[in-house]
Every structure is written in C-alpha cells, then in structure tokens.
Write a new protein. Sequence first.
Length: 68
Amino acid sequence: MELNRQRYLALLDEGKAAFTQGDPSDACPYDQYSADKEQQFGARYWTKGWVAARTAAEARNPEAEVSA
C-alpha cells in the first residue's frame, strides 16, 4: 500500500461506506496500534471517513439518535 492522497481518499470512502452499512466505529479493519505504518495510516483515515459520515448523518437529522 502506498501512503498517498489516492489511498487516503479510498480509506475515507471505506470508512463512510462502513458507516452507511451500519458498522460500528470499532469495526475498523486496520490496527492503529500496529508498528506497521500502513496499518496506522489505514486506521487513521478509515476512522476519519466513518466520523465524517456520522457527522453528516447527524447534521441531516439532528433529532435522531445515531448509535456508535
């Protein structure tokens, strides 16, 4: 895996798709505590994508409770 902008955007989209499918935030397939830089990179941007999707969902419907 190359740690570049294209991969970063793909990971954001993966995280957003996971939220849409109802996956919890701890379902991230990457290990943020790994010594491997690729795993850390994956975890960081997958989670950012998941959080962005959740924030957007909450903004569209502030009355609804979105479970984490």
